[in-house]
Every structure is written in C-alpha cells, then in structure tokens.
Design a protein around this ligand. Structure first.
Ligand code: NDP
Ligand code: PYC
Length: 344
C-alpha cells in the first residue's frame, strides 16, 4: 500500500511508492506480473520525469481498456527473425512494453552486427511515451529512433477531418559520460493526453491545438477532443505524421491510425497498432573514426547549449534528479481516483 505526506491538493510519493501503487492497481485488475511490472516501470518513469500526460494518469486508461475485454493482459510476446537486421515481435494484443523489453536485446545485438537494425512490434496496445525506449537503445551505445501511430484524432494541414494519430517521433544519441541527447514529441501540436489533462482540470487549451466538430478553432478542451487536433509545424508536421503512419503501419504489416480507430469503435481505449524502432551503430557506420566523430557531435551539441538554448530532455533530466531526491507530487484527486481502481 502507499502512503506519503499530504498537503491539501497534492500528495508526495517516493518513486518506489509510485511503482508499488502502479503494480498493485495493474495486478489487481488482471494484468500478469510481467506485464504489470513493465507497464508500472514506464508509468513510474513518466511521473518521475514530470511527464504528466504519460505518468500515473495512464493507469486509468490501462484499466479501462482491460475492462473492455480487447486487451490480452498476459500474452507472451512472440519473437521472430525475418532477416539479419530485423527483429519482429508480435505482442499478441497485449500492451507493447513487454514486447519492447524482450525485443531490445535482439535489436541491440543485430545493430552491433549489421550497423543498423529494426525492431518491429506488432499487434500491441500502446499508451506510453517513447523516450524510455530510445534512452534504452542509447544505453547500448547506439543511436535510436522510435515512432508509432495511435488513433485518428489529428487533421492533416489544410484539412478538418482526423486522419493521423498523435504519432510521436523519438530520437536518442549516446553521449560520453552523461545523459544522451533525446527528443520525443507528438507530431500533433501536443499529445492528446495533454488536452485530456486540460479537460480534467477545466482549463482552456491554447489556440492552434485543435478545431471543433465544425472545423472552427477552439480553446475548449472537450470540443477539441470531439473535433480534430492539429499537427505541429503545419504541412511539415503533417508530412512527418504521414511518414510515421506508413513506416510504423503498412511497412511493418500493421494498422494505420484510421484502422486502429475503426477497430476501437467508441470504446475510447488504448490504441492497437504497431511500433517501429531503429538502432544505428556509430562504431560500424562511423568509418572507424569514433573519437573524431564523437568530438564533432559534442561540439555541435555544446554550440546549442553554449548559447543558452536548452536541449530537449534537459528539463526531464532535471526533474528526474529532483524526484529521486524529493519524491513526486501527485494531484490528490488523481491519486484518489487511482486508489479507487483497487489499491489497498
Ligand atoms: P512536448 O510538446 O512537450 O515535446 C516534448 C519534447 O520536446 C521533449 O523532448 C521535450 O524535452 C522537448 N521540449 C519541450 N520544450 C522544449 C524547449 N523549450 N526547448 C527544447 N526542447 C523542448 O510534448 P508532446 O506533447 O509533443 O509529447 C509528450 C509525450 O507524449 C512524448 O513523450 C510522446 O512520446 C508521448 N506520446 C505518445 C503517444 C503514443 O502513441 N504512445 C502519442 C503522442 C505522444 P523535455 O521533456 O525536457 O521538456
Ligand atoms: O497522448 O496522444 C497521446 C497518446 C496517444 C497514445 C498514447 N498517448
């Protein structure tokens, strides 16, 4: 069970308490121990790094989706090796994270043998942020790219009807002796979870995030969720999102966000589709000049931060260190709702 120091609106929990709460809720609602453990790890990492849209809040979606009967809460992923540089993991309609955990060692080993390797995850319910996965690839000394579709919530630039998912794109680059360079963002203006959090707290959304059902700009979170979200960077985000649909969908024999949405119907559950991850080995691709290449990369990254521009993930790494020292503050209403899902 969980405890913590309470103030009026927020509750302070240690990272271990966040993990224990997550595992307990997932286990009591029917997830097998291996699935509960990996899902809880990712949710805990999100809360720890102050990524509220993909932290504890996601437990409700996992439990709701499980209750819809669509998800297999205990399926063991099936790993196949269709080519030297490819590992394919069929999640068998379970959540994606166990498939990633089991596929990662094969991805890393193949990238180190071939210079580049692809991990295609199929038939997975996917709710999670991608940075934990590209960070894990970077821990092997590899550059990593990850992408996934979701549900058709986002209108293409110039249109008003949803086609794309919020389609995140993540990238990690290993750096000597410190955190990797990492970015991970939705190709919509923001993640849908961010708009859902605005709706929960009754806050308006900024203009430019979404349009309503009639195609008109809106600052009402609920109206935006009912209408269509917008891509970031106009036609550029639209094109990137299209690429993600194609590469993490049909290319790997899996669904687009439109197909995933059609399968879901009106359940409102976690999207079911595929995910594509790519790992690249600088030792093989870098023409044997690892030290020189690393110096070039570091000089370029220093030229960004050296002028006061922040690197993506810098905020997250600072939040991580703070949470490790002080624990995390969780909205009390959210905490109570999570406890009502079945924690002691
Ligand atoms: P943001 O718009 O906040 O973008 C996040 C990325 O941009 C992070 O790498 C962040 O670093 C960086 N960043 C933010 N502000 C700055 C800045 N001023 N200067 C430099 N870098 C900056 O988040 P999104 O709403 O787009 O996405 C949030 C999460 O949602 C992602 O982790 C994504 O994977 C997840 N998601 C998952 C989906 C799925 O289907 N599984 C679908 C859509 C989104 P930092 O963290 O340090 O702020
Ligand atoms: O926040 O956009 C989102 C999202 C979709 C699937 C998981 N997260």
């Amino acid at each position: 069970s969980t405890g913590g120091n309470v103030n009026t609106d927020m509750i302070n929990l240690s990272i271990d308490q966040v993990y224990d709460l997550s595992v307990e809720v997932l286990g009591r609602n029917g997830f097998s121990a291996p699935h509960a453990a990996v899902i809880a790890q990712t949710i805990t990492a999100g809360q720890r790094d102050d990524c509220q849209s993909h932290g504890l809040y996601r437990l409700m979606g996992c439990v709701r989706t499980l209750k819809s009967g669509l998800v297999d809460p205990s399926a063991q992923p099936i790993i196949t090796h269709p080519a030297a540089g490819v590992v394919q993991v069929d999640a068998q309609r379970a959540y994606s994270l166990l498939a990633f955990q089991e596929g990662l060692p094969h991805l890393a080993e193949k990238a180190k043998r071939n210079g580049v390797a692809v991990l295609a995850i199929n038939n997975c319910f996917h709710f999670s942020a991608l940075w934990p996965e590209v960070e894990a690839i970077a821990q092997h000394g590899l550059a990593g790219i990850a992408m996934t579709p979701s549900h058709s919530w986002v209108a293409p630039a110039g249109g008003t009807r949803p086609v794309f998912g919020t389609n995140p794109l993540a990238f990690a680059w290993p750096r000597p002796g410190g955190n990797p360079y990492v970015f991970d963002f939705a190709t919509s203006m923001v993640a849908r979870g961010e708009i859902e959090l605005h709706r929960r707290s009754g806050k308006p959304i900024p203009e430019g995030w979404a349009i309503d059902k009639n195609g008109q700009p809106t600052t009402d979170a609920a109206a935006g969720l009912d209408g269509a979200m917008l891509t970031f960077g106009s036609y550029k985000g639209s094109a990137l999102s299209t690429m993600i649909e194609l590469l993490a969908g049909p290319l790997i024999g899996d669904w687009t966000s439109l197909q995933s949405q059609a399968f879901d119907g009106s359940t409102g559950g976690t999207p079911l589709h595929g995910e594509l991850l790519i790992a690249l080995d600088p030792d093989i691709l870098g023409r044997g000049q690892r030290a020189i290449n690393t110096a070039g990369a570091e000089a370029m990254l220093d030229a960004i931060s050296g002028q006061g521009a922040r690197l993506p993930s810098e905020r997250r790494f600072i939040a991580r260190a703070k949470s490790e020292r002080e624990g995390v503050w969780v909205n009390r209403a959210l905490y109570d709702e999570i406890k009502s899902l079945g924690a002691t």
